[in-house]
Design a protein around this ligand. Structure first.
Ligand SMILES: [Zn+2]
Ligand SMILES: [Zn+2]
Length: 362
């Protein structure tokens, strides 16, 4: 399939451009289908089906099923099954289906060209998805739906706007190849290039630039640590159109039950990671009075972190007791929230201090 689409791209497109011109409407359809199929993968196949980060109305699931097939990345069942294995076995040389350990090319496309044990899907990890009739139907009639969405739909769209063949070439073929590589970047580049602010346990990276091309999935380091979060770029300014689509769907009643990681857990992960980096840096620094001083400061920070954590644990216990005794909801909302916010602020400040300490050790 990849040989065919790439061969068509390098022959048909130049020939077509030589003899004709793409109409403005074909370009519009290109943009529409690029986002419709790309976000059906990221918001549908990925965050909804693979991670159950939220619940969606049947009409939205139908849209994801149809335009996800247009992205030509196999059925929801196959995709979600492999992706769940990817998270469980991340970076394992033979068990992660698109392991970054085996190089950039392998994780981008090479894995799809090989027949290996880890590429055989047994569906035992996607039993929850089979119950969805849309998922089951899409899996059963995948080829027909994929052909219809990739050939008939662009032709019909182009026919409606007066340029069927130009639309088929641009919004069908070119869009398909572009969308393939944009989404494959998530498995390849997002495991190689960028920063690791939350965890160094796996190769996943956060990369603002990559987020622009991957419909917001460039915040992959966050995603691998908090995979059930409906967001990948958690800050308001981080480019994550998939998160905005899901949020917009929830405002209009098409989605509900959006899962978010508590801010405290996010801050805790960031501080722990900063500690790790500072320790690594101090271990490399030259011995001397400055190093001894920094080590003492780091020791002090470690103690302060431990006391924040025990305060947090105490608060959780209190919350639990109150819930058991069914005490006033008011206590829960105002007092607990205030104390949690204080702890979150403490972590934010600590993150800054430990970071500064690490920089000083350079
Ligand atoms: Zn990954
Ligand atoms: Zn994922």
């Amino acid at each position: 399939m990849f040989v065919l689409t790439t061969a068509l791209l390098v022959t048909v497109v130049p020939l077509y451009v030589w003899h004709h011109d793409f109409s403005a409407s074909a370009w519009v359809w290109f943009g529409v289908f690029l986002y419709a199929s790309g976000m059906s993968i990221t918001a549908g196949y990925h965050r909804l089906y693979s991670h159950r980060a939220y619940q969606a109305h049947w009409s939205l699931r139908l849209f994801f099923g149809a335009f996800g097939a247009q992205a030509l990345q196999n059925s929801i069942m196959v995709w979600a099954s492999m992706h769940r294995v990817h998270h469980r076995e991340v970076d394992h040389e033979t068990r992660d289906p698109y392991s970054s350990r085996r190089g950039l090319w392998y994780s981008h496309m090479g894995w799809m060209l090989r027949d290996e044990e880890c590429h055989r899907v047994d569906f035992s990890n996607v039993r929850d998805l089979e119950r969805d009739p849309i998922v089951a139907f899409q899996h059963q009639h995948y080829l027909g739906i994929a052909l219809f969405m990739n050939i008939a739909v662009p032709l019909l769209a182009g026919w409606a706007t007066g340029d069927p063949w130009g639309t088929l070439v641009l919004a069908g073929l070119v869009r398909l190849v572009v969308n393939h590589h944009f989404t494959f970047f998530i498995n390849s580049l997002a495991h190689f290039w960028g920063r690791q602010p939350y965890t160094a346990e796996n190769s996943a990276r956060d990369n603002d630039f990559l987020a622009l091309f991957t419909y917001g999935e460039g915040y992959h380091n966050f995603h691998h640590l908090f995979q059930w979060d409906y967001r990948n770029g958690i800050r308001w300014w981080q480019w994550d159109p998939t998160k905005w689509l899901i949020a917009a769907a929830s405002w209009t009643g098409l989605a509900h039950g959006l899962r978010r990681t508590p801010e405290f857990q996010i801050q805790r992960a960031k501080v722990q990671r900063q500690f790790q980096r500072a320790q690594e840096r101090l271990a490399q620094a030259e011995a001397g009075s400055r190093l001894a001083h920094l080590q003492l400061l780091l020791e002090h920070e470690t103690q302060s972190f431990a006391s924040t954590m025990s305060e947090w644990a105490r608060l959780q216990q209190e919350k639990f007791e109150h819930a058991k005794q069914q005490l006033s909801e008011h206590w829960e909302t105002s007092e607990v929230r205030r104390r949690i916010q204080t702890l979150e602020d403490a972590l934010r400040q600590q993150h800054r201090r430990v970071r500064l300490l690490r920089i000083q050790a350079a």
